[in-house]
Design a protein around this ligand. Structure first.
Ligand code: MN
Length: 290
């Protein structure tokens, strides 16, 4: 992350914060404690995103059981491991180790069965899993995945010393690890020093949100504390978002092009219609998913 770029995408008017959301404490997999930040009730508002989970604990009992074999169909999962080590195995024979700053991008497509199991018995495990929808025409595409070690992730530092990791999309002329045409996802991890400012251009049509995981930030006239998601209004006059800090902060900035298609979800299957969900369930039960 050595490239220095000019600080600005010039933005005269920032998007405002439409709503702040506190995540829901829950558990998933074999009992992993996590906070569901983007819940099912926000899927329409934040289309094309389906879910964001934040996990973070230094108590092994909270994470050690991991996520044993389970299926997915119809969308993509993006796992960003801030700290810790997790091994991934899937029914196609792929295997990978995700650790400290790495990202795994998995396109479930027509289906995978996989496991996600911590490879540590103590220490901190912290990260995020984001679910990104696939357009109807791609839901039954072949499964795909790729692991990116931290050194493989594009990034840059602005002249305000904001360190930016570009997981997806494009920021300040730097193209991310993954780009997608239909959903145009932008996924940035921003490390902002105290007293800094970061601007990001965002076309009005994109749905966007910020999740603060350290410190606090200001957006337009709102302050957003840690462990809070701020949904950004789709203000037609705003060219993007301006994020400012008085204290040091770390935030995810996520945006995407809505698909405006019906969403039918049953657990790990996200399709467009109920019959497609029944098909996914029977394909899974009869071993046709892997
Ligand atoms: Mn999974």
């Amino acid at each position: 992350m050595t490239q220095i770029v000019p600080s600005a995408e010039p933005i005269t008017q920032s998007r405002t914060v439409e709503r702040q959301v506190v995540g829901k404490a829950t558990s998933d997999g074999a009992g992993v404690k996590l906070t569901r930040v983007l819940t099912q009730s926000l899927q329409r508002r934040l289309d094309p995103f389906l879910m964001l989970d934040a996990f973070g604990s230094d108590q092994p009992d909270d994470y050690i059981a991991g996520f044993p074999d389970h299926p997915h169909r119809g969308f993509e999962t993006i796992t960003y491991m801030i700290a810790g080590r997790m091994r991934h195995r899937d029914s196609a024979g792929h295997e990978g180790l995700l650790e400290n700053g790495g990202v795994q991008w998995m396109t479930a497509g027509r289906g995978v069965i996989h496991s996600e199991i911590p490879q540590q018995e103590e220490g901190v495990m912290e990260g995020f899993q984001l679910w990104l929808n696939l357009p109807a025409r791609d839901k039954m595409t072949a499964p795909w995945y790729r692991d990116f070690a931290v050194a493989d992730l594009p990034g840059f530092v602005t002249d305000a010393d904001v360190a930016v990791t570009v997981i997806a999309g494009e920021s300040h002329g730097v193209t991310g690890a993954v780009t997608r045409e239909a959903t145009a996802p932008l996924y940035l991890d921003l490390h902002l020093p105290a007293g800094s400012r970061f601007t990001q251009a965002l076309p009005t049509g994109l749905n966007a949100f910020v999740y603060v995981y350290r410190g606090a930030v200001s957006i337009a006239d709102s302050s957003v504390p840690a462990q809070r998601m701020a949904i950004l209004a789709n203000d037609p006059e705003a060219e993007g978002v301006v994020i400012e800090t008085t204290e040091a902060a770390k935030v995810l900035l996520i945006a995407g092009q809505p698909l405006n298609e019906p969403i039918a979800q049953y657990g790990p299957f996200v399709m467009n219609t109920e019959p497609e969900i029944y098909q996914a369930l029977s394909d899974f039960r009869e071993g046709r998913l892997a």
